[in-house]
Design a protein around this ligand. Sequence first.
Ligand code: NAD
Ligand code: USQ
Length: 408
Amino acid sequence: MKIAILGGDGFVGWPTSLHLSACGHDVHIVDNLSRRWIDTELGVQSLTPMDSIQERTRIWTEQTGKAIGFHLLDVASDYERLKAWLAEHRPDAIIHFAEQRAAPYSMKSDRHKTYTVSNNVNASHNVLNALVATGLDAHLVHLGTMGVYGYSTVGAAIPEGYLPVDITLENGERAPQEILYPANPGSVYHMTKCLDQLMFQFYAKNDGLRITDLHQGVVWGTHTKETRLHPQLINRFDYDGDYGTVLNRFLIQAAVKYPLTVHGTGGQTRAFIHIQDSVRCIELALNTPPAAGERVKIFNQMTETHRVRDLAQIVADMTGADIAYLPNPRKEVEENDLIVKNDQFRELGLDPIKLESGLLSEIVEVAEKFAYRVDRTRIPCVSAWTEDLARKVETDPERRRLKVVSGG
Ligand code: NAD
Ligand code: USQ
């Protein structure tokens, strides 16, 4: 299959590109390298030393004899070039990672909100628009988020995208329907993923586009089978207060003896998936496309759920790290339960990597190995969801104490 990987230079996109190339597909990465520019804007860098995309693809060819194309293109702002690229290359499938994906970054300021909305919504719409305009029947696989469902405890399992409901008709009879699960975003970033869902629904209905939306949980880990092949194929690893996700942050914090930064009570429950399983799920989804005219196929791409404070305790037990309970800069439910259905990937053969089995190697092979590259001042989460929360976080005595004792 010829596959366009939009955002293929990123954390999930890079190992996916390698894996699909290893499987024998003709892989083309399309990326504007905006994520690398954001590192520069924030004054941070990946924990792992990451080469240029050209160098990465050169090493891949050297190691495997397989080629991966790279095309520098802004999917959100250069519609005409995107359309021309699709018309020329005519991929059989498109995997769409090309969005600004950090909730804290999306909430930093009004400028960051505007950028996130305009980048993400335009990127998704441009792809859909160009598919119709070029008459291309490519299967579009999009990386969405579990965050579209929100995190309020309802006491029922979250279904895979669609919720069965009964509508009471005028005559009093009940009509069963399936609707998109009510969107309940917790940040501007998550809001853009909710908007994506509506665009997918419309284009599948109106133009018969074949679309799969993967509602993914928090991804943890670094390596996959293919990134291990050579040191220069290594994946990126974000640990800073904007892009670092919770479990990977705890791992590196433990490695540099920085107290584990739990927000609030740590009662937030989230869904998780290892990067190797994420790549595997994308492959499974790619191989089972919906038919033209079918509604958007939605999978919950996660393997286990955990409470943040339990994750901190697991990492503390393994490493002896201290835990710091800090004021939460985010406006989010303090304590929630989360039960999630993921039957579809299980039925397709996903055999998940469990947290307990993968954590130790991640600490030794990555966190401790590259700990010397950590800038401790970039660890604190400083992006607050509201002005009030910003003030609360800034003046909190525990946070100030942590800053002094940890040097961060
Ligand atoms: P990332 O930021 O590492 O990668 C995104 C890539 O897209 C980057 O290489 C960036 O340069 C590129 N990009 C962004 N806007 C672009 C544009 N307009 N044109 C071309 N390229 C553009 O993010 P990631 O962690 O790899 O996440 C990939 C996708 O998966 C995102 O859509 C994200 O929402 C979703 N997701 C990620 C996680 C996670 O924990 N990392 C969890 C759930 C869902
Ligand atoms: N948290 C802490 N301490 C930290 C960092 C985070 O307690 O040092 C808490 C947060 O307050 C939140 C939870 O951990 O309650 C998860 O935060 P996160 O930064 O790990 O994840 P999130 O912001 O939800 O975003 C990440 C990805 C995003 C993806 C999402 C999937 O960046 O692209 O969509 O996970 S999900 O969470 O399922 O919506």
